[in-house]
Design a protein around this ligand. Structure first.
Ligand SMILES: Cc1cc2nc3c(=O)[nH]c(=O)nc-3n(C[C@H](O)[C@H](O)[C@H](O)COP(=O)(O)O)c2cc1C
Ligand code: SF4
Length: 424
C-alpha cells in the first residue's frame, strides 16, 4: 500500500529540511512542471487525475482551476491560497501534513500557482497551530534561498511570492470567501457567490483557495501521473485520503489509506475497535457538520459517492465515533454550542436560530424539554437548511441534529418522559 502524502512523516520526529526533502525526490515535480509543462498541461493533468478537494465539499480540483482566466488580458496578480484553518471539530488531518512535511505543501502550492499563473500565495493558518507556523516560516525561507520561490524560479520566467498568515481563531474563517475578507483585514463574513473567487477573489482578483491535503497531492500527481493516482484508490474517487477516528476507540488517530476503505476497517482495524464496555451508537463520518450514520452503515466505503448515498457526507474524512454510554442529546447540544458560538451573525436564520437550537437541546438534556421542543427542533433543521442561509455553516450544523432526531428519536423522547437525562 502506497502512502505518498505521509511516507516521510514520523510523528514525534522533526520534519525534513529542504536538503533532506530534495534527497527523497522533493521539488522534482516543480523542476518537471516548470521545465517541461505548460500551465494548461498541469491543469489538465490534475483534472484527469480525478482529484477532488479535500476541504469538505469534494469538488474537482482541475475543474475549479479551469475557471481561472488564463489569457494575456487576465487580471493581475492572481492569488493562490492554502486553506489551513482546520477548525472543524474532530478534524486534525491537515495538522499532520503541516507539521510533518511542510515542504510538500509548499511544493504543491508552487505547482498550483504555476497552473493558474498566480504570482502571490498565502497560507491561511489556524492561530493555534503554533508549531506548524514555526516550521512553515523556516521552510518558506529555505525555499526562497534555494530558488523555488521568488523571482524567475529555476530560470523558468515564473515568479511566486509566498506569505504565512495566521488567523485569529474563528471557524468561519475556513469558509473560503470569509477567509478572503479576513485576509483583506475585514470582518470575516462570507461573500455572495457568484462571482466565484476564481473570477473575483482576493482584492477582486482571480483566486484559488484549496485545502492543505488537496495541495499536498499535486507534486505526486505531477511526478507519477494520472493512472498511478487513480490506482491508489479502492473506489471511483481517486487517490489516497487522510482518515481520522476519534471517540472511545482503542487507538484514535489519523491514517493515510486508499480512498474507499470502509467505516468498519477504519474503526475495527486501524482504530483498534471500541474500548472495552462500549458499543458504537453512531458515527459522524466527516467531522462535526456531517449527518450521523449508524452500525448498519459500517460496510459503506468512505468516499464521496457512497457516504452521500448513505445520507451523509465524506466531509473532511475524519470521523467522530459516538458510543452507547454517551447521551446523543448532550452530544448534539455540545456541537450546537460550538456552531452557535461560531456563527458570524451575518444572516438572521443562523444568528437567531442556532442559539435557540442550543437552548432547546439544553432544556431537553436537563429534563425540562417538551414534545413541542422536538417539533421546533425539526422545524429548525429545515429553516436553517440549504438555501436559507448565506453560507454552509448553519446547514452543516443542522446535519448532526437532523440525523440524531431520525436515528436517536427514542433518546430524545425518554428525556421528555423521564424529565431527566437517561444516561445520568
Ligand atoms: C464554516 C466553514 C468552515 C470551513 N473550514 C474549512 C477549513 O478549515 N479548511 C478547508 O480546507 N476548508 C474549509 N471549508 C471549505 C472551504 O470553504 C472551501 O470549500 C475549501 O477550502 C476548498 O478547498 P478544496 O477545493 O481543496 O476542498 C469550510 C467551509 C465552511 C462553510
Ligand atoms: S449561515 Fe451563519 S455563519 Fe454563514 S453567513 Fe449566515 S450567520 Fe454567518
Amino acid at each position: 500500500m502506497e502512502h505518498p502524502l505521509t511516507q516521510y512523516i514520523h510523528p514525534g520526529c522533526p520534519p525534513f529540511d529542504i536538503r533532506e526533502y530534495e534527497m527523497t525526490g522533493g521539488y522534482a515535480a516543480v523542476r518537471k512542471a516548470l521545465g517541461s509543462m505548460t500551465p494548461k498541461e498541469v491543469q489538465t493533468l490534475v483534472k484527469d487525475s480525478g482529484l477532488k478537494g479535500r476541504g469538505g465539499a469534494g469538488f474537482s480540483t482541475g475543474i475549479k482551476w479551469g475557471v481561472v482566466p488564463m489569457d494575456e488580458h487576465a487580471p493581475h496578480p492572481k492569488y493562490l491560497i492554502a486553506n489551513a484553518d482546520e477548525m472543524e471539530p474532530g478534524t486534525f488531518k491537515d495538522r499532520l501534513l503541516l507539521e510533518g512535511n511542510p515542504h510538500q505543501l509548499i511544493e504543491g502550492m508552487i505547482l498550483a500557482a504555476y497552473a493558474i499563473q498566480a504570482g502571490v500565495s498565502f497560507i491561511f493558518l489556524r492561530w493555534a497551530y503554533k508549531k506548524a507556523a514555526q516550521l512553515l516560516r523556516r521552510s518558506i525561507h529555505e525555499a526562497y534561498v534555494a530558488g523555488f520561490l521568488g523571482k524567475n524560479i529555476l530560470g523558468s520566467g515564473f515568479s511566486l511570492e509566498m506569505y504565512l498568515h495566521t488567523g485569529v481563531g474563528r471557524y468561519m474563517c475556513g469558509e473560503e470567501t470569509a477567509l478572503l475578507n479576513a485576509l483583506e483585514g475585514k470582518r470575516a463574513t462570507p461573500r455572495a457567490k457568484p462571482p466565484y473567487p476564481q473570477i473575483s477573489g482576493l482584492y477582486g482578483k482571480p483566486t484559488i483557495v484549496n485545502n492543505v491535503e488537496t495541495l499536498c497531492n499535486i507534486p505526486h500527481i505531477v511526478n507519477n501521473g494520472v493512472e498511478w493516482f487513480k490506482g491508489l484508490s479502492y473506489s471511483e474517487d481517486s487517490g489516497t485520503k487522510l482518515y481520522g477516528v476519534s471517540g472511545k476507540v482503542n487507538n484514535p488517530g489519523c491514517w493515510e489509506l486508499p480512498m474507499g476503505v470502509t467505516i468498519r476497517e477504519l474503526i475495527e482495524e486501524y482504530a483498534g475497535g471500541m474500548k472495552n464496555g462500549y458499543q458504537l451508537k453512531g458515527v459522524l463520518p466527516g467531522g462535526a457538520s456531517t449527518d450521523f450514520l449508524t452500525a448498519e452503515h459500517l460496510d459503506i466505503k468512505m468516499d464521496f459517492t457512497d457516504v452521500q448515498k448513505a445520507g451523509s457526507r465524506l466531509g473532511t474524512g475524519t470521523m467522530v465515533v459516538m458510543d452507547d454510554a454517551t447521551c446523543p442529546v448532550g452530544f448534539v447540544h455540545n456541537l450546537q454550542h460550538f456552531f452557535a458560538q461560531e456563527s458570524c451573525g451575518w444572516c438572521t436564520p443562523c444568528r437567531e436560530g442556532l442559539p435557540w437550537v442550543e437552548k432547546m437541546l439544553l432544556s431537553l438534556e436537563q429534563g425540562t424539554g417538551t414534545a413541542e421542543d422536538m417539533e421546533l427542533l425539526e422545524m429548525h433543521t429545515h429553516m436553517l437548511g440549504p438555501g436559507n442561509t448565506f453560507c454552509a455553516l448553519a446547514p452543516g450544523a443542522m446535519e448532526p441534529l437532523q440525523s440524531a432526531l431520525k436515528y436517536f428519536k427514542d433518546d430524545f423522547e425518554k428525556h421528555i418522559s423521564l424529565h431527566k437525562c437517561p444516561y445520568e
